[in-house]
Write a protein that binds this ligand. Structure first.
Ligand SMILES: [Zn+2]
Length: 210
């Protein structure tokens, strides 16, 4: 919804500017981004209510039993969250497969907790598998259908959301969420998964402005 409004406002500015400024020069190509769709659902999905108390638990479209816990209505638009999950799933299924549809099923009942501040936690691993007794983290997989994600950025692709979804995906398709990432202690997460996370985030940002 917000993006549609932004696009409309931009259209207005272009229309009111002088005709010469509408001609794009060869040196400054016009960048066109797709707008993530608004999900049209049979049942009306309740919206985040800015005047109601926070945190608010609100359902997501498309993923029937999924919801997110918001500390502000602008973090993040439910359609953009669901779109991110859909892009993630399509790319995952194509690259790594989901033969039993166990990942699809898990995504359908996800809880995403958006966090206002970083968390300090004990006993975690960095990307190379180094054990850290205490660390400040920007995301956590809390159980097999729950992730906590620090939501400081305006862009979902700048958060650890896709990274945490990858832990969820590995848990359901490989048998272990792999806490130590590319380290050797736990199986599943390999370098190709780190590259996958980067690729999904790049597409989310480049193609959809998320
Ligand atoms: Zn991780």
């Amino acid at each position: 919804m917000k993006r549609t409004v932004t696009a409309a406002a931009l259209g207005l500015i272009l229309l009111s500017s002088s005709p010469t400024s509408l001609v794009p020069s060869l040196n400054s190509p016009v960048e066109i981004k797709a707008i993530p769709p608004t999900f049209i659902t049979l049942d009306q999905i309740p919206e985040c209510i800015p005047t109601a108390p926070f945190p608010q638990v609100n359902p997501l479209p498309y993923f029937i039993d999924a919801h997110h816990i918001q500390f502000s209505c602008s973090v993040y638009d439910k359609d953009n969250v669901a779109w991110t999950m859909l892009i993630f799933y399509e790319m995952w299924a194509e690259e790594f497969g989901d033969p039993e549809e166990s990942l699809k099923c898990a995504l359908g009942k996800m809880t995403i907790v958006w966090g206002k501040d970083l968390k300090t936690v004990n006993n975690v691993y960095d990307m190379d598998g180094n054990f850290l007794e205490t660390a400040t983290v920007a995301g956590l997989m809390q159980n097999d259908t729950t992730v906590w994600v620090w939501a400081e950025s305006e862009y979902i692709s700048s958060t650890s959301f896709v990274h945490e979804l990858t832990h969820i995906a590995l848990h359901h398709t490989c048998g272990d969420a792999d806490a130590d990432h590319e380290g050797e202690k736990f199986p599943c997460w390999e370098e190709k998964h780190s590259m996958f996370v980067d690729r999904v985030n790049l597409i989310l940002n480049d193609e959809y402005g998320l």
